[in-house]
Structure formats: structure tokens, C-alpha cells
Design a binder for this molecule. Structure first.
Ligand code: SAM
Length: 424
């Protein structure tokens, strides 16, 4: 796993300590940072920064968008890692492009009226002015979040408005920024021009150098993930995102367990990859998942499952609607058992109270103490008031299995499951 896991390898705790030490090489970067995050996560992000980046000064915020003033000699490189769980994307701020907001009806200014003719052109011209002096390799345009993911069907990601802004910017890119006229996947090392559409009449402009996987995606978001028609819950989305973000090396035919699996969207993301999935939950599964030939349901609580059920399990995911320490207690009992050898985990940890986010370094240390040397946390774009903890044992003892042996093992497992299901 994980290009982004430099921080993870050492753990957030270690990286936080390092960040307090001498910074990196000097650069001619801006004196401000911008960040985007989930609506409602702003106070938590502010607390995180106050604790781990005490020299940064909060400057401005809108729901889902914040800026910070940096100390004069910050020395941060264009591709520096903020090591934040709650900042989905960030970069150096160059300022904002803005025109007067059009208000259709003074008494009821929301939703905002459409921009007057020519206003977008004026905004684009301001963007190109702010971008002067740097030559960019890539353009990322995204809107700030409007509400909590999943609320009234809302999912974060590009909007009609942000797509129109992106098209206009590509069309009007000056000669010096000709590389931005066509859209290409962002590569590691690209200098990215960031444009956050905070309002139709106000676009914040910034930049960063792409490094980690998420920093190569506009707004740190996986635009390509969609909820398939057959998905039985939106938990499918967060597992799909967690798998891509963490890059855990799951393989077809591997065994996985999900604790807190009903009705089954997350399991569908695992089953789609060809895994054998045991779902543990006292609640009922959706028939589409329950009847899947590679799925079996243990209808009970996670702590009541016999340890032998985990014997051949390589991957563990959890999604229980309980406090983080309860999830970690359940997981600890399993992964520290001598007969169990879990290589990697994706834990969704619910913040029943946002203040529980202050405990994240302790959660990470706890997971590291079980032998997982790569641990990283991120509030995913599909997470609600929760975040994902990904853990991996980089030197996992799972012996290499050739394709033929793997297929034979999968066929045996399938036959066993079929037999067990026919007896139910
Ligand atoms: C958010 S839902 C899970 C959604 C599911 N991951 C999906 O993909 O559809 C939370 C689930 O946690 C289950 N749960 C709560 N406590 C549990 C425990 N101790 N053991 C197993 N499941 C538990 C609940 O029954 C509920 O179905």
C-alpha cells in the first residue's frame, strides 16, 4: 500500500512531532493556505491545526472552506504534506477572484441569482492575473461542499457550475498556461492551479504540487466513484473510496470480514473485487448480498464471534454505529489473538461527538501497537460524521500464492460455502 503512507508509516503521531521541528527548504510560496473539508468539520479541522500547526493563523472561513495565514518564514515546499485528517484538499492561496454578487430579490437572497452577463469572463480574467508568474501543469476546479454527504441524497463532487467554470478556464487559458487547455490526469510533480468555486461570484485561487494520490485529484475527490444501481446502501461508496485511497493490496479470492455489515453496501464493494466476505451483524442483510455465492452472514455482534471464524481472514473492515473505542476494543480482541493473522484493515470510526477527533493520535498508536506499521486516517468524501482508519502490516507473512493455487483455493472455498448454505 500506499504512496501517501509516508506519514502513515511513521504514524500521525510521529509526523506531528516532526512537523514541529525545522521545516523544509525555502521557496517563494504564498503566505496563505486554503483548505476544503466536509461541511460541519470546520471546527474540528481548526482544532487539529491549532494543535499541530500552532504557527498558522486562522484567517477566513465559509462552510467547507478555510484559509490560514502562514508565519513569514514558513519554508513549506509546494508539495508539503499537511497531515490533516479533515482537510480533504489544501494548497497555497493566491487570493480570490470576485465580482459583485447579483441578488435577484433583496428580501430573499438565497439561492443566489444567476451571474450577470460577462461576470464569469471577468472572474476568469482575475484568475489568470492571480496565476501570473507561475506556469502550471494541471488545473483542478471544484466547488466547496454544500451540505453533509448523504444528506437528502447530496454527494460532494463537481457541480454543473464548477464544470462550467472549468470549461471556461480551459478555453481562456493564456499562452503561458497552454498546458491547462486540455484535461489530462494529474501526475506526481505537476504544479496544479487550484480554483475553488466558493460561490458563483467568488472563486478562490491557489496552487499545490501534486504528490500523494489524493493531491492528484481535484479537491482530493474520487470523481469516478458512483453508486451503482444494484448497491443496497451508500456504504458501498465509502468502502470503494477507502479501498482506492488506502491501496490495500486486496486480491480476488482473498477472505475478508466486515463487522457492522447490514444491509450490505460495503460487502458489495468487496464482493465485486472477487473476495470471499463474511458479514457480521445482528441486523438482517439485503437478499441481494445474503444470496451472493461468496457471502456468508454471521448474525451476531462482533464480540460474540468465535475466533476460529477469523483463521483464514486477511482483511477486516468495520462499520458499526458505535463509539470509536468500542470498535477498537472489538477489533483488538480479534487481531491480537494468536490464531488470527489479519494483514490489513479499513475501520470506519464514527464520531458520535466531534470532540472524539481529538483522540485520533491515541487511536493510531493503539492500532500500531497491534503490529500494523502503516496507519493513516482521513475523512473520506463519502464519510459522514466519521473517518476512515486504514492499517496495513507491510511485512505481512502471507506467503506468495501462484495463480493456479489461488484458483484452486477459491474453488474449494466456493464449494464449502455452497454446501453450508444448502444446509441452512
Ligand atoms: C452504518 S450501519 C452499517 C452499514 C453497512 N456497512 C453497509 O454496508 O450497509 C451500522 C451497523 O452496525 C451494526 N452494529 C452495531 N453494533 C454492532 C456490533 N457490536 N457487532 C456487529 N454489528 C454491529 C448495526 O446493526 C448496523 O447494521
Amino acid at each position: 500500500m500506499m504512496e501517501d503512507c509516508d506519514a502513515a508509516r511513521r504514524g500521525l503521531v510521529a509526523s506531528v512531532q516532526r512537523l514541529r521541528g525545522p521545516p523544509f527548504a525555502m521557496s517563494d510560496s504564498s503566505q496563505f493556505l486554503f483548505m476544503t473539508c466536509q461541511v460541519g468539520a470546520e471546527p474540528t479541522l481548526k482544532r487539529e491545526l491549532a494543535k499541530y500547526r500552532p504557527s498558522f493563523r486562522f484567517a477566513y472561513s465559509r462552510p467547507g472552506f478555510l484559509t490560514y495565514k502562514l508565519p513569514e518564514k514558513h519554508g513549506l515546499k509546494d508539495d508539503f504534506e499537511l497531515h490533516s485528517v479533515f482537510a480533504r484538499a489544501y494548497g497555497f492561496s493566491l487570493g480570490k477572484a470576485e465580482v459583485a454578487a447579483a441578488v435577484a430579490n433583496e428580501a430573499a437572497p438565497s439561492p443566489p441569482a444567476p451571474l450577470p452577463e460577462g461576470a464569469r469572463g471577468e472572474l476568469a480574467a482575475q484568475v489568470w492575473k492571480l496565476a501570473e508568474g507561475r506556469t502550471f501543469d494541471a488545473l483542478h476546479v471544484w466547488p466547496r461542499d454544500q451540505r453533509t454527504p448523504g444528506e437528502h441524497g447530496y454527494e460532494v463532487g463537481p457541480t454543473e457550475e464548477s464544470r462550467a467554470v472549468e470549461r471556461l478556464l480551459r478555453e481562456t487559458a493564456p499562452e503561458a498556461q497552454a498546458a491547462l487547455r486540455t484535461k489530462k490526469p494529474t501526475q506526481k510533480g505537476d504544479l496544479v492551479l487550484d480554483v475553488v468555486v466558493t460561490e458563483p461570484h467568488q472563486w478562490w485561487v491557489g496552487y499545490h504540487k501534486a504528490a500523494s494520490l489524493v493531491s492528484r485529484k481535484p479537491g482530493g475527490m474520487f470523481e469516478e466513484i458512483e453508486l451503482p444501481y444494484e448497491a443496497v446502501s451508500r456504504a458501498y461508496l465509502k468502502t470503494e473510496e477507502a479501498l482506492r485511497w488506502s491501496k490495500l493490496p486486496l486480491k480476488k479470492g482473498d477472505e475478508a470480514v466486515e463487522i457492522g455489515c447490514a444491509p450490505g453496501g460495503s460487502c458489495q464493494a468487496l464482493l465485486k473485487r472477487g473476495l470471499f466476505v463474511t458479514g457480521i451483524d445482528p441486523a438482517e442483510m439485503h437478499p441481494a448480498v445474503f444470496d451472493h455465492p461468496q457471502f456468508r452472514h454471521l448474525r451476531m455482534r462482533g464480540n460474540d464471534v468465535k475466533r476460529r471464524e477469523f483463521r483464514d481472514v486477511r482483511w477486516l473492515t468495520t462499520d458499526m454505529n458505535v463509539a470509536p473505542n468500542y470498535t477498537l476494543d472489538t477489533v483488538e480482541d480479534i487481531v491480537t489473538h494468536r490464531d488470527v493473522d489479519i494483514e490489513g484493515m479499513l475501520l470506519t470510526l464514527k464520531l458520535l461527538d466531534w470532540k472524539q477527533a481529538d483522540e485520533i493520535p491515541q487511536y493510531i498508536s493503539r492500532v500500531q501497537s497491534w503490529g500494523f506499521d502503516q496507519v493513516q486516517c482521513r475523512q473520506l468524501q463519502h464519510n459522514r460524521r466519521e473517518f476512515c482508519l486504514a492499517a496495513h502490516k507491510s511485512a505481512a507473512a502471507h506467503e506468495h500464492e501462484d495463480a493456479e493455487a489461488a484458483e484452486e483455493r477459491a474453488a474449494r472455498k466456493l464449494a464449502q460455502l455452497k454446501k453450508a448454505k444448502s444446509k441452512e
